[in-house]
Design a protein around this ligand. Structure first.
Ligand code: IPE
Ligand code: IPE
Ligand code: MG
Length: 240
């Protein structure tokens, strides 16, 4: 069956531009265009959840001009594409530390989230200013507060309680995580949620990633045997 939730670590914009002797920003512009195309492709395939890792907590440490440019791209995307999301029946959400997002962008995010919240098609999640360790730290803080206020016993903290205190509480875990650009790491993305995700790495740089490359990733996923620690079910023939 098709993955219910696909998550993509969109990497390689800078190297793509560099290879063309252009500024890194040029790669980000092309990357944003590719993201648009992949969103539409996933919605057409009736993928239920698509998460795009667009900006990590560590990405704040990049030079200020690059950070500002990425925020500008995001602002532009939200302004131009919120209508498209409505039209495509896509439900828009974000995960990440919104405290660090510029106010006007945050407003645009809230607007896009609100106006699409009852859409019944694909859920599109932007991971923005997102770091899995930060998400987990916040979940631990919330649980500690409940313990301190006497509403929770430490022994009651289990996997489902931790899960329900993550920002992704309402989403299924990603079935397939794609990372472009040849790097084979998670870079602080979905550390908890990726426990049993299928990982797919491609050398293709994100600005070169085509709908066809998405098909290749999905075809590869369909060949995987997911065991979740168990052994494969043997369908015994009732002949004996
Ligand atoms: C991914 O491309 C986009 C973001 C992380 C925002 P990069 O900007 O990381 O490009 P490379 O990895 O330097 O080529
Ligand atoms: C991961 O890419 C973050 C996003 C794609 C948004 P990076 O380029 O930041 O990751 P590293 O630094 O190569 O691990
Ligand atoms: Mg990178």
């Amino acid at each position: 069956v098709l993955p219910k939730h696909i998550a993509i670590i969109m990497d390689g914009n800078g190297r793509w531009a560099q290879a063309k002797a252009r500024p890194r920003t040029f790669g980000h512009i092309k990357g944003a265009r590719v993201a648009k195309s992949i969103i539409t492709a996933c919605a057409k395939k009736k993928i239920e959840y698509l998460t795009l890792y667009a900006f990590s907590t560590e990405n704040w440490l990049r030079p200020a001009n690059e950070v500002v440019f990425l925020m500008t791209l995001l602002r532009r995307y939200l302004k131009k594409e919120t209508d498209t999301l409505v039209r495509q029946n896509i439900r828009f959400q974000v995960v990440g530390d919104m405290n660090r997002i510029p106010t006007d962008i945050l407003k645009a995010i809230q607007y896009a989230t609100e106006i699409t919240k009852n859409n019944t098609g694909m859920t599109l999640v932007f991971a923005l200013s997102y770091g899995a360790r930060q998400e987990l730290s916040l979940a631990v803080q919330k649980l500690a507060q409940q313990v301190q206020s006497g509403n929770l016993l430490p022994s009651e903290i289990d996997e489902s309680l931790i899960q329900s205190n993550l920002q992704t509480y309402s989403m299924p875990d990603p079935d397939l995580i794609i990372r472009t650009s040849g790097e084979q790491r998670l870079s602080n993305f979905f550390l908890w949620q990726a426990a049993y995700s299928e990982l797919y790495f491609t050398d293709t740089l994100w600005p070169d990633f085509k709908d066809f490359d998405l098909d290749l990733a999905i075809i590869d996923f369909l060949k995987r045997k997911r065991r979740f620690g168990k052994i494969e079910e043997i369908h015994e023939n009732s002949a004996h």
